[in-house]
Design a protein around this ligand. Structure first.
Ligand code: TRP
Length: 342
């Protein structure tokens, strides 16, 4: 393994999650499944983004600190293997904060305000005129995350595309200053399912709104969530033709059912009339129970051994410190500020 990685230089992947809650089915289908597969072909680092989580939780830091190990347990439960994937903690890697400081001199406030994702998020929160500086500038910190690992491939949902664009702008500016390609540009790797709707079909999935299925949801909670899913309100009797678009049960079947041809057939029957919501929900529930049972059981084992989780995070962070310090060094050099080499 060691020798192989010396000869075949694998492309580098970096992803991350804000540590503000347990991970749910949306994460699973949007990114976790993909990461589990990618770890076999690429060199992958996953960042538990606690600092980014703080950007809108500065006054409620417990929401972040109490979820760090939850997120690590979620990773392990879905099959992310710490032997193959480096799992690290953003706040334990000082170079990430330092790089953010250097990069922030290359990005205007207007540019940050124009970032569509940040703009949307600000509109959806109740900051009023008190937008935390850290929140407005988190795309810079995310650029630090990505460049610190020389990552070229970023598996993300489409809401993260503006972050990739901003990262590449910073890379180009810095390379121009350095007159050398010290940083590398990255590209997104979009997942098949970008955003899974919440069970009410209206909003984003959120644990606090009780409209999502967590990776450790109990059998009963899964059943309850599926039974309450939004379908087609005008599909009143089994024999009525029903609508598939916007019907959350079918969106989930598309995302999770292993047999696409069967789902296709179900959709046709539903549209024709003669297939009841009770039946489609039963099929979905069975499928979700089957996927989540082993994950829930594995997660239970991992979360009960906190010291193992901490050790995984500690050794991943240490390895990441070494990698990111090299990039920090070259960035400091580019600014002529490396008086005492790290
Ligand atoms: N912004 C990402 C999210 O909200 C989390 C994240 C932090 C990230 N740093 C990253 C994603 C670097 C990709 C690469 O989920």
């Amino acid at each position: 393994m060691q020798n192989q990685s010396l000869t075949i230089k694998k492309e580098k992947i970096l992803t991350g999650d804000r540590a503000t809650g347990q991970l749910h089915l949306g994460h699973f289908v949007g990114s976790l499944q993909q990461r589990t597969a990618l770890q076999h072909q690429y060199e992958q680092t996953i960042l538990v983004a606690d600092l980014q989580g703080l950007t809108d939780n500065g006054h409620n830091p417990h929401k972040v600190s109490s979820n760090i190990l939850n997120v690590v347990a979620d990773y392990l439960a879905v099959g992310i293997d710490p032997q193959k994937t480096t799992i690290c903690l953003q706040s334990a890697i000082p170079a990430l904060s330092e790089l953010t400081m250097y990069y922030s001199n290359l990005v205007s406030v207007a540019r940050l305000q124009r970032n569509p994702t940040v703009k949307n998020e600000i509109a959806g929160k109740s900051f009023g005129s008190s937008i935390p500086t850290g929140f407005l500038t988190y795309p810079i910190s995310q650029a630090a995350d990505i460049t610190a690992f020389k990552a070229t491939l970023i598996p993300v949902g489409d809401d993260q595309l503006p972050m990739i664009e901003q990262t590449n702008e910073i890379v180009r500016k810095l390379n121009y200053i350095a007159q050398d390609d010290i940083l590398v540009e990255c590209r997104p790797l979009l997942s098949k399912v970008s955003r899974l709707p919440s069970s009410d079909g209206k909003s984003k999935m959120s644990k606090s709104m009780g409209n999502c299925i967590l990776l450790d949801s109990s059998e009963r909670d899964i059943s309850k969530a599926v039974k309450s899913m939004y379908t087609d309100p005008s599909h009143l009797r089994v024999e009525d033709p029903g609508k598939v678009e916007g019907n959350v049960v079918f969106t989930y079947l598309d995302a999770f059912h292993p047999d696409a041809a069967y789902v296709h057939e179900l959709k046709a029957r539903y549209q024709q009339g003669g297939l009841g919501d009770g039946t489609t929900k039963k099929i979905l529930e069975e499928c979700l129970q089957e996927i989540l049972k082993p994950i829930r059981e594995r997660r239970k084992t991992f979360i009960s051994d906190k010291s193992q989780l901490i050790e995984i995070l500690r050794s991943g962070s240490q390895k990441s410190q070494e990698e990111s310090n090299q990039v920090l060094n070259s960035v400091k050099n580019a600014f002529g500020l490396n008086f005492f080499q790290l």
